[in-house]
Design a protein around this ligand. Sequence first.
Ligand code: GLV
Ligand code: MN
Ligand code: MN
Length: 415
Amino acid sequence: MKTRELVEIDERRLLRRLDELAQRGAMPGGGIYRALYTPAWTSATELVQGWMKDAGLLARRDAVGNVWGRMEASRGGRVIATGSHIDTVRGGGALDGALGVVAGVEAVASLVQNYGRPTRILECVAICEEEGSRFDTNFWGARGIADRIEPNEATRSRDADGVTLADAMRGVGLDPEKVSQAARRDIDIFVELHIEQGPILDEAEERLGIVKVIAGTAHLEVVVRGEADHAGATAMDRRRDALLGASEMTLAIAKAATDMGAPAVATVGTISVEPAQVNVVPGLARFTVDVRHSDDRLRRELVAEIERACKVIALERELRLSVHTLRDRPPVALNERVSDVLRRAARCFGAEPRDMTSGAGHDSQILATAASVGMLFVPSIGGRSHRGDEATAAEDVVLGTRVLATALHELAYGT
Ligand code: GLV
Ligand code: MN
Ligand code: MN
């Protein structure tokens, strides 16, 4: 077996840049909100593009706003790429997505600095959007790369203020007519470093994980219709309160996932009522459900059970119910050959990575339709994520980045 390089990185630069990126979109009360095509997002993408240029990479923004840094190769051929998303949830932390972006730039920069031109083309990328936190769509960046954006999606999707994705694109100098130009058919391998976002590695005191499967997701929108009435003059036994129905449904949804057992999860993450007045019985309640399982049959069973439970409650309370599937993404298995490269790289540092299932969604699950994809996890302290205090020990951030760089070395500097 050939000797593997334990690739060095600039640890201080890596940690400093994570802090710098965390300033972009920092919220006054704590947490970060870097939503697609907002000023915070623009500032973050410009920062990353500057780092790519500093590393001597050819830096460019593609048709949806993904920022790529590229190092040409002595041999050419299809590309080895790494990266993650630069957007965050509202009140998110400094590492979800950001780690893979900053570590990707650091790994490629260090490789080029230490070993010069690779034999295979190397690229790092800050993917413009993954979270679905601004528009009623998600994985916008990775779907751009994988050519999975639907026709007219940019004109159909809106944010909470009614701004279309297309208008927001124009606002940052992108042309919504050209989204298809973001598609890449020349990526051979994509590797993503990410925080685990759950407690498994932290509790087991293990430092690295390799993702075998990313759980599938279904997003549902449920609308419950009852009757708006006077809050003072309508007796309790005469009401058809949509919110009470939705509340009972929310509990039934959690119970359905709990009864199925881990890794089944179901979350009601948004709810609104109409007419939303202090002295009116809610006539309408609208909520979303996020359902996940790594086994596709069980995921679909859980969705069916949730729909059945909601119907029963609606019937009992004389409410009308409609359930609409917003998106449906089956589980995705990642590439074993790329996972083996990551495993070998981890072993170079004396770590035996754990095989894992990701409950969280990742750009990798979309890019797996266009390339061979592998994912490396580092621990999340206390399993915390999608919140301002998400954290990973600095030595684990460094280890993950070194393993990433070592894996990229094997992939891009071989003969
Ligand atoms: C993104 O983080 C998701 O899992 O929804
Ligand atoms: Mn996230
Ligand atoms: Mn993420």
